[in-house]
Design a protein. Structure first.
Length: 152
């Protein structure tokens, strides 16, 4: 995949039903374009055989991207910015959708106190204390799972 591609982008490839039927590394972009063009989840299931649950998740991403394209950074609400981050959009993806630059989006996000939380995965299912941390960042949280030393 091209380094210029930023995630589930509906503008990378055109809609092509033959490409939807064949699993390739480019199919997700045709799928994104198809969702943007108004294809239904049922039709995409017929063509791709991708589980409808996943197709619904992808549809939600494209719907949110379409919403962002109608806004500007000045008109973007706190809830809309948080929603984009919770869906997994990078600051750069949000900036592209808003036709803006990445740095002002990042600045706005930080000023809005929209920052990720550190979560911990329990790899031993609480059978005994885990000695190795497996950590990840998420915007879908309200507290950190670990304590930070110093003034973090």
């Amino acid at each position: 995949v091209d380094d210029k591609v930023m995630g589930f982008d509906p503008y990378v490839k055109a809609v092509n039903e033959e490409e939807l039927e064949k699993p390739t590394d480019k199919r997700m972009f045709v799928l994104a374009a198809s969702l943007k063009a108004g294809y239904t989840v049922d039709r995409l299931y017929e063509l791709t055989k991708i589980d409808r649950w996943f197709l619904e998740k992808m549809k939600r991403i494209i719907e949110y991207y379409t919403l962002l394209e109608k806004l500007s950074l000045a008109k973007l609400s706190h809830a809309e910015l948080l929603g984009a981050k919770q869906l997994g959009f990078s600051d750069k993806q949000i900036a592209v959708a808003l036709d803006d630059a990445e740095l002002p989006v990042r600045k706005r996000r930080i000023e809005s106190k929209i920052c990720p939380f550190v979560k911990q995965i329990d790899t031993v299912a609480a059978e005994w204390p885990a000695t190795t941390n497996y950590l990840y960042l998420t915007y879908n949280g309200s507290t950190h799972d670990i304590e930070f030393p110093g003034n973090y």
